[in-house]
Write a protein of this length. Structure first.
Length: 407
């Protein structure tokens, strides 16, 4: 069960910005505050007062599931029911589509009064330009003008305060509860990598391999350590085209040939907590150069994690990895970042592990490292990506990084 630690952190930030209450709509921030993973995008809100207990608003059909993670103030509304109820209250465009009644607006007005926030300064998620999807991933929600007007109307205010910076800062350092959730999703991802190793064979197409990976995670991940909603988003590429493997490749109906390099880039989500990982294999036997490059990639990852101690910068960790890669003498040094934060979204904005990054690492941050080569010299590309939590002894991997590069 999630604690009120995150609520108290946000309330502290709200005090600094003189914010009377904050309304959260984005799935990732509701997970952050309450642990509840929204089922349908936009159908759920968390409201945090400057002092006191936060409230979670969910559709009535999600009440029991919400109680599995949140034991605080929980209020329900009727959703996805076509009736004659007035439209245009909560999330007006979504209401018009799903037939949501007026309950959300009533709840928000009640909370505005209970929190003493009517006419006050109200926080909202004003600057999130990338967002994580809800359980239904096809249509992630945003905090658009209708939502902003809803907040103004229900709180009788003309002053909305963007609290994105505060949310991004506090999200970067994970709690022990969140770290356990992240270990679970990373362990679930290993199911997909086992399937990748099994299916990345000559004669299989990239899209067939991708489907096998996603299917294995879905089939075996649900129920793992209590996980209730599990999904994977994989993409597979192979052969010489991996020389461009840094540009987020797309899976094709191309048939893998003997001794091809094959790479899978994969996001996995379990109950709103995310992993970002990559593996590369040889569909047969590797060349000496490929083996040497793979070892260098692993050493570079280890170097980045060793450098990731509290007080170090993202630029320091990035440089540690690039030094190893460049020392090999192979061309095709990766042009992308060495790593980034992960947890409440596939790619988090901080800390960023790029050349010159001044992001300061802190104990409890979860980072990924993804050093690589992309070159025709190696007949494609080689990358591995894994996550680790920053400690005083360097970043410690959340799960096993062992993987057989070739048969």
């Amino acid at each position: 069960m999630v604690t009120d630690e995150r609520v108290r952190q946000l309330q502290s930030a709200m005090g600094e910005q003189d914010v009377d209450a904050t309304v959260l709509l984005l799935t990732e921030n509701i997970v952050l505050m309450t642990g509840h993973y929204i089922r349908i995008p936009g159908l759920g809100l968390a409201v945090v007062p400057r002092e006191g207990e936060a409230a979670l608003l969910v559709p009535d059909f999600d009440e029991e599931r919400a109680r599995g993670s949140w034991d605080g103030d929980l209020r329900t509304f009727t959703a996805v029911v076509a009736d004659d109820a007035p439209k245009g209250t909560a999330l007006s465009s979504l209401q018009d589509l799903l037939g949501v009644g007026p309950g959300v607006s009533a709840h928000l007005r009640d909370l505005a009064s209970e929190f003493g926030a009517r006419g006050g300064r109200i926080g909202f998620e004003g600057s999130f330009e990338q967002v994580a999807p809800a359980c239904l991933p096809g249509e992630p929600n945003a905090v658009g003008l209708p939502t902003q007007q809803l907040i103004r109307d229900t709180f009788a205010t003309g002053t909305l305060v963007d609290v994105t910076e505060a949310l991004e800062t506090m999200r970067a350092v994970k709690t022990e509860y969140e770290l356990e959730k992240l270990r679970t999703v990373h362990e679930i991802a290993l199911i997909g990598f086992a399937a990748f190793k099994e299916h990345a064979r000559p004669g299989r197409t990239e899209v067939e391999i991708r489907s096998a990976v996603e299917s294995a995670i879905c089939n075996e991940g649900h129920g793992y350590k209590g996980a209730k909603v599990v999904r994977a988003f994989a993409t597979v590429n192979s052969g010489v085209e991996l020389r461009n493997g840094w540009n987020y490749f797309l899976s094709r109906p191309r048939v893998v040939e003997k001794n091809d390099l094959v790479m899978v880039e994969m996001a996995t989500v379990a109950d709103g907590y995310w992993s970002d990982q990559t593996r590369t294999v040889v569909a047969g036997r590797a060349t000496d150069d490929q083996r040497a490059a793979y070892r260098a990639v692993r050493e570079a990852m280890d170097a980045a994690f060793a450098a990731a101690v509290p007080g170090a910068t993202g630029g320091t960790a990035d440089a540690a990895a690039r030094t190893i890669i460049r020392s090999t003498g192979y061309d095709g040094v990766y042009p992308h970042q060495t790593g980034h934060g992960v947890g409440f979204r596939y790619h988090e904005t901080r800390p960023n592990l790029v050349p010159g990054s001044e992001d300061v690492l802190e104990t409890g941050m979860v980072i990924v490292a993804e050093p690589a080569f992309y070159t025709t010299t190696l007949a494609g590309g080689i990358r591995q990506e894994d996550a680790a939590v920053v400690t005083s002894q360097g970043a410690r991997p959340l799960t096993s990084m062992e993987f057989d590069f070739e048969d």
